[in-house]
Design a protein around this ligand. Structure first.
Ligand code: AMP
Length: 279
């Protein structure tokens, strides 16, 4: 079985030994309840690095909703079994007190790219993400960090953070892994009841159709409005946003001549789903 490391001191010692031997250390931060999307990050890291650490830490500071934190699935035994099949070198799964000991008062705030969309709807979320990612890189001595495009805004925030703070970590963004019906894999999908699970793929289907329409010259505002109607008609209880944004800055989309991203958040049966696709 893969060793499970609980303390920063042990994690550092292990990583220092690997690096002293010239090893490149790849790290995939996760909150556990692992699925194929997470495993794709671990596999990409395996292919490109000498040593791979998957971190499992349900970071209390990135939950703006206490109920979401309480209900977040925790499945460490199954996670370890899955990671053993990939052959990662270590699982770093510290307890909250190890990450945030008494007296902890420092926070990393990214402006700009972290402000719209999830930044508005989940106040404090990206501060929590930026802080924990900075800490996890310091704890694991990461050379390369693996993140999913599933959380596109998070990926852009981490890219910005690493550049702005001169962190010596190369960020790799891995493609979104989907179920056969198109639903983006997510730990939160486990909370969908059967009826909501049936309607959930409609989000990606509507977005993909809208992206095709926009690429073919359709009016973006009208197309996005129709997309939202289609998601609601499928049975989603609400749509928080479906927007077209500059893919890098997440600022408003200026013309169709440079990369754009369509991003969405919507609720199905009490579960908040997010997705995004290139346009
Ligand atoms: P989480 O455990 O949800 O915090 O996700 C940990 C990492 O896995 C993040 O970088 C996510 O973007 C990535 N991830 C989650 N779901 C997927 C997916 N379906 N495809 C690719 N990457 C994913």
């Amino acid at each position: 079985m893969t060793p499970i490391i609980r303390t920063v001191a042990e994690m550092r010692q292990l990583a220092r030994g690997w690096k002293a031997a010239g090893g490149v250390v790849g790290v995939a931060p996760t909150m556990g309840a692992l699925h194929d999307g997470h495993l794709s990050l671990a596999r990409a890291a395996k292919a490109e690095c000498d040593r791979v650490i998957v971190t499992i830490f349900v970071n209390p500071r990135q939950f703006n909703n206490p109920d979401d934190l309480t209900k977040y699935p925790r499945t460490e035994g199954a996670d370890a079994a899955l990671l053993a099949t990939v052959g990662v070198d270590a699982i770093f799964a510290p307890l909250p007190d190890e990450v945030y000991p008494d007296g902890f008062v420092t926070s990393v705030t990214v402006s700009g790219v972290a402000e719209p969309l999830e930044g508005v709807l989940r106040p404090g979320h990206f501060d929590g993400v930026a802080t924990v990612v900075t800490k996890l890189f310091g704890m694991t001595l990461a050379d390369r960090g693996y993140f999913g495009q599933k959380d596109w805004q998070q990926l852009r925030v981490v890219n910005r953070l690493v550049r702005d703070l001169n962190l010596p970590v190369w960020i790799v963004g891995c493609e979104t892994v989907r179920e056969a019906d198109g639903l983006a894999m997510s730990s939160r999908n486990a909370r969908l009841d059967p009826a909501s699970r049936r309607i959930a793929p409609a989000l990606f289907a509507a977005m993909a159709a809208a992206a095709r329409t926009i690429r073919a010259g359709g009016d973006p505002a009208q197309t996005l409005a129709a997309c939202q109607d289609r998601v609601l008609a499928a049975g989603f209880s609400s749509v928080e946003y479906i927007e077209l944004r500059d893919a890098a800055s997440l600022g408003s989309a200026q013309g169709l001549d440079h990369p754009l991203r369509m991003l969405a958040a919507a609720w199905a049966g009490g579960v908040r789903l997010i997705d995004n696709i290139p346009v």
